[in-house]
Design a protein around this ligand. Structure first.
Ligand code: PPS
Length: 282
């Protein structure tokens, strides 16, 4: 569970690999991440993009359920047909999930500092053709701090998750910590998930799921043959693909002083009341 652009795909790959591919020899490890770890709320996005019956998700569903009706919910049916143990992605906040979620599932919540999130989110909205954002960075920062972006408000999303961080079925993860020491974070995940992996397995998985390695397989892992029609080729060439920078704190090269202070004021107000702080956020 994450607000968008906080490290969802990375965490999905880490968790799926730890649970299903600890020796890196699973025959389906190269399948798109959305086929192995479904994005349960993505029917809403397909509806918005009007790509319901021609998108990658429907192709994946047809492989699992040849006579599936897309009107019954593509992601929902794909999730239902994913074998156990299921690793399910959502960007929805706790309040929009079933109230007994923590009694019935293990939840990993991933958080990331808001300045990297806003830049990653802006890139996403320019890159994905069905979103097609053409406004400025300044305007986008305004949308973010005024809670006008999809899946927001950002702080409300966190406010619903952070107090639950000590629940035995909850694991709270920071993108910045994963970047700083992926193996240490994977050891914590290993304990949480009960996967009992060896040091050597964790070492290999940390390498396999590094930014550089995942970026090498971007096309296959994300969109397969549909990638060219799905992404804005100009944005892709100029600013990168889904795996853009994969860094913590890279906002320093990009956000103007005005944008930074807008986010600082907003962060100060919210992080103090919540009692949470992010590395590389100032
Ligand atoms: S989404 O679309 O909301 O599901 O996006 P999400 O996966 O949450 O976030 C995308 C950002 O995560 C970066 N990423 C990684 N960083 C480090 N290591 C690995 N392996 C990795 N995989 C994905 C990705 O590059 C996006 O961040 P930015 O800052 O845009 O590069």
């Amino acid at each position: 569970m994450t607000y968008p652009k906080c490290g969802t795909t990375w965490t999905q790959e880490v968790v799926w690999t730890m649970r299903n591919n600890p020796n890196l020899d699973h025959p389906k490890a190269g399948a798109p991440i959305s086929a192995r770890s479904p994005f349960i709320d993505s029917d809403m996005l397909m509806e918005m993009g009007k790509e319901k019956s021609k998108g990658l998700m429907f192709e994946l569903l047809k492989d699992a359920v040849p006579d599936a009706d897309p009107n019954e919910g593509i992601a929902l049916q794909l999730t239902a047909h994913t074998p156990d143990p299921r690793t399910i992605k959502t960007h929805l906040p706790f309040s929009l999930m079933t109230p007994d979620l923590l009694d019935t599932a293990k939840v990993i919540y991933v958080a990331r500092n808001p300045k990297d999130v806003v830049l990653s989110f802006l890139h996403h909205c320019r890159l994905i053709k069905t979103i097609g954002y053409v406004g400025s960075l300044d305007q986008y920062v305004d949308y973010f701090v005024n809670d006008l972006l999809i899946y927001g408000p950002y702080w409300e999303h966190l406010r619903e998750a952070w107090p639950q961080r000590d629940h035995p079925n909850m694991h709270f993860l920071f993108y910045e910590d994963m970047k700083a020491d992926p193996k240490a974070e994977m050891k914590k995940l290993d304990r949480f998930l009960g996967t009992n992996l060896t040091e050597e397995q964790l070492e290999k998985i940390a390498h396999y799921t590094s930014f550089e390695e995942m970026k090498k397989h971007e096309k296959e892992a994300l969109q397969g043959k549909n990638m060219d029609t799905f992404l804005d080729q100009e944005v892709l060439k100029k600013d990168g693909g889904f795996y853009r920078k994969g860094q913590a704190g890279s906002w320093k090269d990009r956000l103007t002083d005005t944008d930074q202070s807008k986010i600082d004021i907003w962060t100060k107000e919210n992080s103090l009341t919540l009692g949470i702080s992010f590395k590389y956020s100032i």
